[in-house]
Design a binder for this molecule. Structure first.
Ligand code: GEK
Length: 321
């Protein structure tokens, strides 16, 4: 069973203590009623991970724990077999005792794109909404953040996070199995990241208000989302699928995105980067068994998705409250 007691202890003495009014009941309900059918198997995999002593931890240039020399051949093989049971590994990459978990996404590319523009994370309380397996949580901690919380409702990603944390340690970095809609208005974080989530929300304006209500006064929002070309009135609402994804709702132009943020009361709104996702950033590897970007694009015209929409282009937006 996943225990959140140490998280409760952490927040009891920090500025998130008011979260204790709702969080334990919510997670208790999650644990008793909403566990995934595979959860027990994943937990067994976690329990079987070797207890090693990584000789080094690197969270700044990459996410890495230990080297191959720290463990014997048998342990290395066991590590690889066990971690492969937690496939598909989407966000990463991770290096555990020099085992390269070559994830579908090079999430480090996104980090490199946004890092020059965000406020220094040193000593900040940081929330990452829709954090996947938590790759960026580790990079945030690597930049000196004091307390890092990620939320993501996909349970496999929680297990992947736990697997990585098994080797890195660090109880100031946590992932909770929650959706954004389950957060109370905490008004406590210095920086809130929301990357790759807005287009999955049916109500993007409500989503922006939810993000705003997590920020402390003067805090910073870092939002990344799919955008389309066009003016302030342009928004694409695709049909049933966009790049084979079913749950894609609103793709605004960059101007429309800025206008929505301003309408929701964010200040100093700016777009700092745009990027068309390239085939070296999202691709099939031996750590996923499913399709990847190449299969989602028109084989005769990679500037279009297989459905004929503009291929994925992403914008990074920063704003304050
Ligand atoms: N209601 C919800 N609340 C919070 N998260 C959700 C919700 N619904 C789905 N998610 C989660 O949002 C993440 C979106 S992926 C971005 C990962 C990372 N941020 C990245 O920038 O690489 C982008 C993509 O794969 O399209 C997934 O991990 C979902 O489980």
């Amino acid at each position: 069973m996943t225990a959140f007691n140490s998280f409760y202890q952490q927040i009891a003495t920090n500025r998130l203590s008011h979260w204790l009014q709702t969080l334990p009941a919510q997670l208790h309900q999650w644990q008793s009623q909403h566990l995934h059918g595979e959860y027990k198997h994943w937990q067994k995999t976690l329990d079987a991970l070797p207890n090693t002593q990584p000789s080094s931890i690197d969270l700044s240039g990459r996410v890495a724990a230990g080297s191959r020399d720290d463990i014997n051949e048998g342990e290395f093989k066991r590590l690889e077999n066990l971690l492969k049971k937690l496939k598909p590994w989407r966000k990463g990459p991770y290096h555990i005792h020099d085992l390269h978990i070559d994830t579908e996404w090079r999430s480090d590319f996104k980090w490199d794109r946004l890092k020059p523009y965000i406020s220094d994370l040193k000593d900040r309380y940081v929330l990452d909404i829709g954090c996947g397996s938590g790759y960026h949580l580790w990079r945030m901690r690597g930049e000196g953040a004091k307390f890092v919380v990620g939320i993501d409702p996909t349970q496999l990603f929680l297990m992947q996070f736990k697997a990585i944390q098994h080797f890195i340690g660090d109880d100031q970095v946590n992932l909770l199995p929650l959706g954004v809609e389950q957060l109370p208005e905490l008004k406590a974080f210095d920086t809130v990241f929301a990357m790759g989530v807005l287009y999955h929300r049916r109500s993007p304006i409500d989503f922006l208000y939810q993000l705003k209500s997590q920020l402390a006064k003067g805090g910073e929002l870092v939002l990344e989302t799919l955008i389309v070309d066009g003016d302030v009135n342009t928004v694409l609402v695709p049909g049933e699928r966009y790049a084979k994804m079913r749950n894609v709702w609103f793709l605004p132009s960059s101007e429309a995105m800025c206008a929505w943020m301003e309408r929701c009361g964010f200040k100093n709104v700016r777009m700092v980067n745009t990027d068309v996702t390239a085939l070296d950033e999202q691709r099939k590897t031996e750590w996923i068994d499913t399709e990847s970007l190449q299969d989602f694009l028109d084989p005769d015209d990679p500037s279009k998705t297989i459905e004929g929409y503009p291929a994925p282009k992403r914008g990074i937006f920063i704003a304050n409250v």
